[in-house]
Design a protein around this ligand. Structure first.
Ligand code: CTP
Ligand code: ZN
Length: 155
């Protein structure tokens, strides 16, 4: 046992993706956006409000057995702009990336307009254009400015 074990609150993973530098308290929203609810059988660890030099407090999510793609994680920029994506193979970080703001997010957020075609029982996925002051529904132009987590679609 090394001295480090006292600080290692969540184990390292062998293969998968570590989403690091999530703003404190956002980890569960990260899981919701990625559609990770534990039913797939993959091991998922979540650490919340860990001390961080950069952020004060940060959350960390570790998904074992899955290498998340850049497209999958870019949507996280809406709620976790400082997140770092680490791809792990055989315990090594083989790739470290930042999330990038996508121009469009599809099938992730629910339009607040109940008359919007995307909220009815139609097979139409929601599509929001990402702007500087919020996201705008491409079907009805409704803008979500803040409280994005409240509009995350349940899987
Ligand atoms: N990690 C993990 N399992 C591994 C390797 C790394 O869970 N097998 C986690 C680390 O705990 C850390 C993140 O992946 O939260 C990034 O690892 P690393 O790049 O080694 O850490 P730092 O250098 O501190 O990362 P950064 O510079 O991005 O803060
Ligand atoms: Zn709409």
């Amino acid at each position: 046992m090394s001295d480090n074990d006292q600080q290692l609150r969540v184990s390292k993973i062998r293969n998968g993706t570590v989403i690091d530098h999530i703003a404190g308290g956002q980890a569960l929203n990260v899981l919701a956006i990625l559609g990770i609810d534990g039913t797939s059988g993959d091991s998922v660890s979540v650490a919340m409000n860990m001390p961080s030099d950069r952020l004060g407090h940060k959350d960390v999510v570790k998904v074992e057995g899955r290498e998340l793609s850049q497209d999958e994680v870019d949507v996280l920029s809406l709620i976790a702009p400082a997140a770092t994506i680490n791809i792990i193979r055989d315990y090594d970080v083989i790739e470290k990336r930042r999330v990038e703001r996508p121009s469009v997010v599809e099938g992730v957020l629910e339009c607040p307009n109940h008359n919007c075609i995307t909220t009815e029982n139609e097979p139409v996925d929601s599509r929001f254009a990402v702007g500087d002051d919020g996201v705008r529904c491409e079907y009805c132009d409704t803008i979500i400015r803040d409280d994005l987590p409240a509009h995350i679609l349940a899987e």
